[in-house]
Design a protein. Structure first.
Length: 367
């Protein structure tokens, strides 16, 4: 009798859930209508911090926690999902492990801080062997060694839909050294490290060769001469060296972000957080000659690849005018624009000097 009553209760709850789900379809909003950042804004708009030591929660590359004595801890998490963030057709597992650490370490660098520890969560299906996971962890360990990071824990689970990797990174910095997205001021200069667009063009080459392989598996991939852009895509580097360069120069950026979703998207994030406008100049964009050559082979505008490609993991930051001489002479940095009043808007100045409204045209996560 008791068992029958339990089954009836369970059936009732299942019915209630079914009815609720049916009612939800009347007001359904597709995730693709919002995109990744719109969804984050919607889900977190009412969040408030409770603890006074939580200096910053959602809204930047990392959360910031006050540890006392002028020191802070920074925490960030990124999720990599097979078929969304990586394709194992051409992504070696060792490279994937390395990249999973690098992209998370980059978030800490974007706060002008140093990554110290990580935890790693894995969801893996039974199509992966023990040896495959050892290869993945070889890449994770290699990145930890390169960046002087401790792997201190994590979790594992089975998966019905491929491989998922979640990395949480913990960093450290003096409270006074932390740089937020929200500090840019009118007349500041906009600076980027390294060069842009290479990772995107590396992806285009890999996708092209994947399609060729589907047609004829006996054809060897044509990757000659593409080492640089393939490295940028498969094994990006977190720019811990840039943090050291800036410290050695005595320059503290007024705002900073890493270039993970494309330059245009990151410029807009900085401007929104700082409530400023900006001019970005096409002629100033740092694009490697190899990247330009491959882009033209694909009938793509190299500047558009730099603006919207993503996954470069360079650091984009603003500096005060007084620091310009220190930056101008350093080959690691390029001044690509300047900050204006918010009312002036955010513009891309093209090759002929026309001012075009800057728009982020990168990928939408949920399409």
């Amino acid at each position: 009798m008791g068992q029958q009553k339990s089954l009836q209760t369970e059936a009732f709850f299942i019915y209630c859930i079914f009815v609720k789900n049916q009612n939800m379809t009347d007001t359904r909003t597709e995730l693709s209508d919002l995109g990744e950042f719109g969804l984050i804004d919607l889900l977190t708009k009412d969040l408030q911090t409770i603890h006074p030591e939580t200096l910053l929660g959602v809204g930047d590359d990392s959360a910031v926690i006050d540890c006392g004595n002028g020191q802070c801890q920074l925490i960030s998490t990124d999720l990599l999902v097979e078929g969304v963030h990586f394709d194992l057709t051409y992504m070696p597992l060792k490279h994937l492990g390395y990249k999973a650490v690098a992209v998370n370490a980059s978030d800490i660098c974007a706060m002008n801080a140093t990554p110290k520890q990580i935890t790693v969560g894995l969801a893996v299906s039974n199509r992966f062997s023990v040896e495959a996971l050892q290869e993945l962890f070889a890449g994770i360990k290699a990145a930890c060694a390169d960046y002087n990071i401790d792997l201190i824990g994590g979790d594992t689970s089975s998966s019905q839909s491929g491989l998922m990797i979640s990395v949480t990174v913990i960093g450290a910095a003096a409270k006074e050294d932390i740089t937020y997205r929200s500090g840019a001021k009118e007349y500041d200069l906009l600076v980027v490290s390294g060069d842009l667009g290479g990772a995107y063009m590396g992806l285009q080459v890999l996708e092209r060769e994947k399609e060729v392989f589907k047609t004829n598996p006996n054809i060897q991939p044509d990757l000659d001469g593409h080492d640089y852009i393939l490295q940028k895509q498969l094994k990006p580097q977190a720019r811990l060296d840039v943090i050291k360069y800036l410290k050695d120069l005595g320059v503290k950026p007024t705002s900073m972000i890493d270039v993970s979703d494309g330059l245009a998207s990151e410029v807009l994030h900085l401007c929104k957080a700082s409530q400023v406008g900006c001019h970005v100049y096409d002629e100033k964009l740092p694009i490697d000659a190899k990247t330009s050559m491959v882009a033209l082979d694909f009938n793509l505008d190299p500047s558009m690849c730099a603006l919207n490609g993503g996954e470069d993991y360079e650091l984009l930051f603003t500096i005060a005018q007084k620091d310009v001489e220190l930056i101008q002479s350093n080959p690691n940095f390029t001044i690509i624009g300047h900050i204006t009043n918010e009312a002036d808007g955010v513009y891309y100045i093209d090759k002929v000097g026309s001012a075009l409204t800057l728009r982020a045209q990168g990928w939408k996560q949920f399409e």
